[in-house]
Design a protein around this ligand. Structure first.
Ligand code: GTP
Ligand code: SPV
Ligand code: MN
Length: 591
């Protein structure tokens, strides 16, 4: 399908190393993809769901030790250690290649090697980037075909050009020998012994964030873990916002939000451009423009329902692959916790065991039907609120950048930074409670700068410096905000209703961008006047509730500032501008 010598050499090398029985090129045609699906069903990799109720939909179950990104086994490999981050795993490139070569030796014996040419971004657009993923996993092929643009058309555009090399084998699915390695200096990704999501769909986190963040640093653009949405006003004007929240902290939900009734009646609409990744460049007019390099959504299933996120739910009703959700054997559909109150009576849980909603484990806790990090892989075109700018290769102009995380206390519902550099400081010092999207403890507060802690492909201090540099390049930078939908009361319940009602906060954010609303100055930035958050039509939320949500406790924030200082101390190359911001924050808190 190509005469690109570098592609052919990459395949030859891989054949010699991994010893597959055959090589199959993914051409991107529906006929070939359908044949792959059929084969995957025959091999027991996919379960075909009820085609009347869920046309084109399938279920996949992973092995039980392979259910999330493995940050502990994810590496940035470079010549010098300080070109990665002290808070990420590093391996010297040469050592990593040697180690991986041993693991890949003969690992595809008797298997097919699939060649996936894929484009991140619209095929042929000047901002898009091409990758070639070689994999022995048909599950990877079928997911990549939803999440990115794949096939012959990509090779046509590639011509003799360069591409990001990705090599993946699920090998033995061994946890001890699982490695996700990135070589930003060589445009290379190598992943072995997993077959799950971000570990193996190499176009997504590995390329579009880790490798791309490095490319962005060298080429003067940004790759960020951000959703992109457009708010359409009753007058037809649309303003765009990009928002970075850590994994499983609400990006997909915010990206697809349906405004509350009071907003809908006035004519407000929200459009989804992207739900996970944004590539951001400086436009000719001196503003920042964002594109979503993906072509589909790899979204968290649990909690998705007709009320919380109807757009996501509708997006998954056709041509979708579900991973690790529960199966309803009575009607051939799927179920997950938080879908509805009717779990299957005759179900099979994500582990493949008979299951119904009433089962309890030895400790008396309910047995979950779906894994907390179970996911849907769904085409973007299915999304009822997909923006008409989705394919626009120039992207959409950003009015605001929003950071946010899960904080039971500390962070208010929303605040605005006082300048670009102060906004970079806010992003750099973000913290959030960990979630099931990565293996390890859940609910532990950790620093997750710009929601990129697991995804920066180079030194974190240099990454902060790049943000500061980008601010100098834009005449008209977006305003930077921080939000927290997750403050809890004394019983641990979320106070803010969240989901569609987050529109009320977006309205304030955009009003601030246009100088249409006042704010209160606090030591951490500008906070809304409680009465400026529209609570019309909200049950049980009063102006006093909002006041509480916006409260900033000086003592808690002094501790927070100490935490930030400690975190900066763990990093190298933190820019002086950010240290100055921290010092200024401390001074304001002491005043
Ligand atoms: P990744 O795909 O891992 O990057 O996650 P994400 O950031 O897209 O998170 P997602 O929107 O899938 O939400 C993750 C979880 O947070 C789900 O269980 C949601 O129900 C929950 N969630 C999302 N938005 C809100 C909100 O506004 N309030 C509350 N309380 N929960 C929310
Ligand atoms: C995330 O963890 O941020 C995800 C899922 O979006 S994964 O693709 O597995 O990284
Ligand atoms: Mn994500």
């Amino acid at each position: 399908m190509t005469s690109n010598k570098k592609v052919l050499a990459f395949i030859e090398e891989t054949k010699a190393l991994c010893d597959p029985k055959e090589v199959v090129w993914v051409d991107g045609s529906e006929a070939q993809l359908e044949a792959f699906r059929k084969q995957a069903v025959e091999e027991g990799i996919l379960i075909k769901l009820n085609q009347d109720l869920l046309p084109g939909c399938y279920l996949h179950r992973t092995t039980q030790n392979d259910v999330a990104r493995v940050e502990g086994r994810t590496y940035i490999c470079s010549k010098n250690k300080d070109d990665s981050s002290p808070i990420n795993n590093w391996m010297e490139s040469g050592e990593a290649y040697d180690m991986l070569k041993k693991l890949f030796k003969g690992c595809m014996k008797g298997r097919t090697l699939y060649v996936i040419p894929y484009s991140m971004g619209a095929v042929g657009s000047k901002f898009s980037k091409i990758g070639i993923e070689l994999t022995d996993s048909i599950y990877v092929v079928l997911n990549m075909a939803i999440l990115s643009r794949v096939g012959r058309k990509v090779l046509d555009v590639l011509g003799d050009g360069d591409f990001v090399k990705g090599l993946h084998s699920y090998a033995e699915l061994s946890e001890e020998k699982r490695y996700i390695c990135h070589f930003p200096e060589d445009d290379t990704i190598i992943s072995i012994n997993s077959n799950y999501g971000g570990n193996v769909l190499l176009g997504k986190k590995c390329f579009a964030l880790r490798i791309a963040s490095y490319l962005g640093k060298t080429e003067g653009w940004m790759a960020e873990h951000m959703l992109i949405l457009g708010v359409e006003y009753p007058n037809g004007e649309t303003k765009y916002i990009a928002a970075a929240f850590p994994s499983a902290c609400g990006k997909t939900n915010l990206a697809m939000l349906i405004p509350p009734e009071v907003y809908k009646k006035k004519g407000y609409k929200v459009w989804c451009v992207g739900d996970d990744i944004a590539w951001i460049r400086v436009g000719a007019d001196g503003r920042l423009y964002a594109v979503n390099p993906e072509n589909g959504f790899f979204g968290v299933a649990p909690g998705t329902n007709e009320k919380s996120n109807p757009n996501a739910l509708h997006t998954t009703q056709k041509n979708t692959i579900f991973t690790n959700v529960a199966y309803n054997a009575d009607n051939g559909t799927v179920w997950w916790e938080g879908l509805d109150k009717n779990p299957p009576k005759n179900g099979i849980d994500w582990k493949g065991n008979p299951w119904n909603g009433d089962m309890k484990d030895a400790e008396g806790k309910p047995v979950k039907g779906a894994h907390p990090n179970s996911r849907f892989t769904a085409p973007a075109v299915n999304c009822p609120c997909l923006s008409k700018e989705f394919e626009n290769p120039d992207g959409v102009p950003l009015s605001a950048i929003v950071f946010g995380g899960r904080r039971a206390k500390t962070a208010p519902l929303v605040y605005q930074s006082t300048s670009w550099n102060n906004g970079v400081f806010v992003g750099s010092s973000m913290a959030s409670e960990t979630t099931a999207a990565a293996t390890g403890a859940v609910g532990v507060v950790r620093r997750d700068p710009m929601a990129m802690r697991p995804f920066v492909g180079y030194n974190m201090g240099d990454y902060f410096a790049h943000w500061i540099e980008m601010g100098k390049k834009v005449k008209n930078p977006p305003k930077i905000f921080n939000v927290n939908w997750f403050r809890t009361d004394d019983e641990g319940h979320f106070i803010w209703p969240g989901f569609g009602d987050n529109m009320r906060v977006l309205e304030w954010i955009l009003a601030r961008c246009e100088d249409k609303v006042d704010a209160v100055e606090t030591p951490i930035g500008y906070v809304p006047k409680a009465e400026d958050i529209n609570i019309e039509g909200l049950d049980g939320i009063t102006v006093d509730t909002v006041k509480g949500l916006l409260e900033i406790d000086k003592n808690t924030w002094k501790e927070e500032a100490d935490g930030i200082e400690k975190f900066y101390g763990e990093l190298t190359r933190v820019p002086q501008e950010l240290k100055d911001e921290l010092a200024a924050l401390k001074k304001r808190l002491d005043a």
